[in-house]
Design a protein around this ligand. Structure first.
Ligand SMILES: C[S@@+](CC[C@H](N)C(=O)[O-])C[C@H]1O[C@@H](n2cnc3c(N)ncnc32)[C@H](O)[C@@H]1O
Length: 244
């Protein structure tokens, strides 16, 4: 497999050469940022249908996390189209953060469809640098399908810890690498350089559970689930919570 991976990577690279050339010249990124929200809007409704009961179960725990304000202050990190709003208990005060401003149109639509929540603001920034949010200002941070795409999961998790109050909780749902040595992992390695461009930075082979375990949370709980879509190279998922 050691020789097969670079050979197949080269083949995929040749087949998708225009995309890689555009990325090299810096004209792919702006295009990707514009179309990605449309792609996510389609994928989100499909994945929410499959994940509905699991998301409901996970986010039902938010109810008990009311802070000093008497409300739950919740940060939706890497909010995308606002895929999770429908699962939050009424009255949460939601702050959205995403580096891609093109999601705003989709967010506005999700907000209009989920009037049981109170929306604070949309912060356009990466999770690695959330200086616009005060220390200890959040009771809950939610991060779904985001740590695969960030530049540095370690820095993002440090920032999550900073903005969470003591006892605050990070709820996560992320896809991770297939087991090393499997055929599925081999295909992930082959496709990853191209997939990263198509999926706005999405890495297929991250071991995100290690980042979560190594971050300084007092308790981390997670479950592993099989891949959601057989036709995509996206691997198994981890879902759970980490308490500050
Ligand atoms: C696959 S989408 C998931 C969106 C949404 N959380 C969901 O579950 O549908 C990945 C999201 O992460 C965002 N993202 C990428 N890099 C990021 C970063 N450094 N910090 C925060 N969000 C980031 C993208 O703009 C996009 O909205």
């Amino acid at each position: 497999m050691d020789i097969l991976v670079p050979l197949l990577q080269l083949l995929v690279l040749l087949l998708t050469l225009p995309l890689h050339l555009m990325a090299l010249l810096g004209c792919w990124q702006p295009l990707c940022k514009s179309y990605f929200p449309y792609l996510m809007a389609v994928l989100t409704s499909k994945s929410n249908r499959k994940m509905e009961s699991k998301k409901r179960e996970l986010f039902s725990q938010i109810k008990g996390l009311t802070g000093a304000s008497g409300k739950v202050d919740l940060l939706e990190l890497g909010c995308g189209t606002g895929a999770n709003f429908q699962f939050y208990p009424p009255g949460c005060r939601v702050t959205c953060l995403d580096p891609n401003p093109h999601f705003e149109k989709f967010l506005t639509k999700s907000m209009a469809e989920n009037r049981h929540l109170q929306y604070e603001r949309f912060v356009v920034a990466p999770g690695e640098d959330m200086r616009q949010l005060a220390d200890g200002s959040m009771d809950v941070v939610v991060c779904t399908l985001v740590l695969c795409s960030v530049q540095s999961p370690r820095k993002v998790l440090q920032e999550v810890q900073r903005v969470l109050r003591p006892g605050g909780v990070l709820f996560f749902w992320e896809h991770v690498t297939e087991p090393h040595g499997s055929w599925a992992f081999m295909w992930q390695q082959v496709l990853e350089p191209t997939w990263k461009h198509i999926g706005d930075g999405c890495c297929l082979t991250r071991e995100t559970w290690k980042d979560l375990e190594n971050a300084q949370f007092s308790k981390v709980q997670m479950e592993r689930h099989p891949p959601l879509f057989k036709w995509l190279p996206v691997g198994p998922h981890i879902m759970g919570k980490a308490v500050k």
